[in-house]
Design a protein around this ligand. Structure first.
Ligand code: AGP
Length: 609
């Protein structure tokens, strides 16, 4: 997620901007920059890389001023580079803009502006905003911004300064957070509270389409008709550490609760509500290409691999193409049978995992076409694959992957539906049903999260468990793998996931009095089988927590406790059933005093073999 800071007051603005950007580093970024009005012009310094690069350049070339904007960029459109960094300026440099969000119709606007004679220097969507405001500027910056907003579609939090009106800092938000800090003779904007907490605790929390106009004396908040809005000041009582986590105690919990937004963002501009189309504009597999594809390998590590196992079931069922899900460190050494008729899908949140990268290169060497699903724009995996699907989950800071996993599942559904439709393997009715079910997931995940307290209580009952078993069939087995990994990696409790039908072939010998068994029973077509499996383990003394769809209450007669998820199609339940398992692992780990965000022995991205 990009970070925004802005200041207008009587202090030297540059150190305030740099310090504010440093306090936003935790959000993850690949470049940074500032724009300062120095009394004559707007000076811009912006560079790819860590903030220290920007700081060093500013030490060489100091910029003095008392109004400015700063930005840390998490690349979405245009890979990380100096020129793609923010702030972006109008043609003659008298307007500078920083932006967080995605201007979805930027390509159309860019073409229109070029017809008006504008020249673009970057590949970003944000540069369009600077030229649009310039185009509409006729003496009033707020009027020009309002006219520009009428043209823009998508999400934007904007900070704007102009040398034509140097005593004004203008900001606006739409579907991307932005706050205003109120000081004494000085005022601030920021994308998040930590950036300005050491200057003020008096905050305006902007709502969508509200425009803030800051000068050294006051803050005016306007609606898009320039009517003044009265807002209450919000007084922040967090310390800086908890402010970075948005008030959550850990990044992992924050990211678990960010999943509805992450899923919505990943679906946006891909799952069209008003049309049958699923738009995957960075996957250019044509019907001709698809005719020749006779095998798909999904290759990844850890949680990403578990998303791939769900993908195997989904893509095989929808597109009727044989699919194998492979652990990357195995795939790369097993002399895989691949050729130009093979499609390999690699999944990697970081886009830098060594084993997954090696598997990608092995696949390409053998002639396969490679699609990469990744959360990091410009990552190595994204640059070496033939086709791309970016999950728009935003930076995932906690080592334990949560929102990346659920948005990877979204990628699996969209790719599966797209392939099925191109191949003509799916009826119109079933396609529409699946598409609608995927479109409801963001709200349904929120419904599960609203029930988080029940799961916390269940978790605390099991915090001293020594061996926990996760069982399920088909897609439930795939999710059981992920639930088991979550528990192991953050609570250090031994756990295993088993195909429920496999228990009687040996592992049921491990079940003793009180052994906790998490039984996933969300697949309607296999519900009765799971009920039998639950009876099997209960008969040996297990303590069973079942997951089932609302309405399937038979399981209450057998299981000790039941967690219900909203009713939906079997195929899309993994996105819902994983949420209680994430929370279960999280609360047990916290109760056991574990370092939830940075578990022992683990790294966020395993860039070595
Ligand atoms: C997930 O909770 C783990 N931290 C780990 O298994 C992770 O999923 C794996 O290392 C793959 O990382 P990647 O998605 O960045 O490639």
């Amino acid at each position: 997620m990009c970070g925004i800071v802005g200041y207008i007051g009587n202090q030297d603005v540059t150190p305030i901007l740099i310090d504010g950007l440093k306090r936003l580093e935790y959000r993850g970024y690949d470049s940074s920059g500032i724009a300062v009005y120095d009394g004559t012009d707007i000076e811009v310094e912006k560079y790819k890389g860590r903030l220290s690069v920007l700081e060093d350049r500013i030490k060489e070339r100091p910029i003095k001023g008392s109004i400015g904007i700063g930005h840390t960029r998490w690349a979405t459109h245009g890979e990380p580079s100096d020129i793609n960094s923010h702030p972006h300026s109008s043609q003659n440099g008298d307007i500078a803009v920083v932006h967080n969000g995605i201007i979805e119709n930027f390509q159309l606007l860019k073409e229109w502006l070029m017809e008006q004679g504008y020249h673009f220097r970057s590949d970003t969507d944000t540069e369009v905003v600077a030229h649009l405001i310039d185009h509409f500027y006729q003496g009033d910056l707020v009027d020009a911004l309002i006219k520009a907003m009428e043209k823009m579609e998508g999400s934007f939090a904007l900070g704007i300064i102009s040398s034509k009106e140097p005593d004004k800092l203008v900001a606006v938000r739409k579907d991307s957070p932005l706050i205003v800090g109120v000081g004494n003779g000085e005022n601030f904007i920021a994308s998040d509270i930590p950036a300005i907490l050491n200057h003020t605790r008096a905050i305006y929390l902007l709502d969508d389409m509200e425009i803030a106009v800051l000068d050294r004396k006051e803050v005016k908040i306007l609606d898009h008709n320039k009517n003044r809005i009265h807002k209450e000041i919000f007084r922040v009582d967090w310390d800086v550490a908890s402010a970075e986590k948005g008030g959550y105690p850990h990044f992992m919990l924050k990211e678990i609760f960010e999943q509805p937004a992450a899923i919505r963002q990943t679906l946006k501009s891909r799952l069209m509500e008003k049309s049958e189309e699923i738009i995957l504009d960075q996957i250019r597999i044509t019907p001709e290409d698809l005719k020749n594809i006779n095998k798909i390998n999904i290759v990844a590590c850890g949680t990403a691999y578990h998303a791939g196992v769900v993908g195997k079931y989904i893509i095989e069922e929808l597109a009727r193409i044989p699919v194998e899900a492979d652990i990357a460190s195995e795939f790369r050494y097993r002399d895989p049978i691949l050729d130009q008729n093979s499609l390999v899908i690699v999944i990697s949140q970081s886009g830098e995992t060594a084993d997954t990268l090696a598997a990608l290169r092995e696949a390409k060497k053998r002639g396969a076409r490679v699609v990469a699903i990744t959360n990091v724009v410009g990552s190595t995996v994204s640059r070496e694959a033939d086709d791309l699907f970016y999950t728009w989950a935003g930076p995932e800071i906690a080592v334990a992957s949560t929102k990346a996993y659920t948005t990877q599942l979204i990628a699996m559904y969209l790719i599966g539906l797209k392939l099925a439709r191109i191949k003509g393997e799916i009826s119109g009715e079933r396609y529409r049903q699946m598409k609608e079910a995927v479109g409801r997931l963001s709200d349904q995940v929120q419904q599960v999260l609203n029930n988080a307290d029940v799961i916390e209580e269940l978790a605390l009952d099991n915090k001293n468990a020594e061996d926990v078993f996760f069982i399920g069939r088909s897609l439930d087995y795939a999710v059981a793998m992920e639930g088991s990994l979550k528990l192991k990696e953050i609570s250090y409790i031994h756990s295993e996931a088993y195909a429920a039908g496999e228990l009687k072939h040996g592992t049921i010998a491990l079940i003793e009095e009180g052994t906790p068994v998490i039984a996933l029973a969300t697949q309607n077509r296999l519900y009765d089988k799971l009920l039998s499996n639950i009876k099997e383990v209960k008969a040996r003394g297990a303590y069973v927590i079942a997951l089932a769809k609302e309405g399937n209450r038979e399981v209450e007669k057998t299981a000790d406790r039941v967690i219900y998820i909203p009713d939906t199609m079997d195929e899309v339940t993994p996105v819902l059933s994983v949420i209680p398992l994430q929370l279960f692992a999280y609360h047990i780990a916290v109760a056991r005093g574990c370092d939830v965000d940075k578990p022992r022995n683990l790294a966020k991205s395993v860039t070595v073999e």
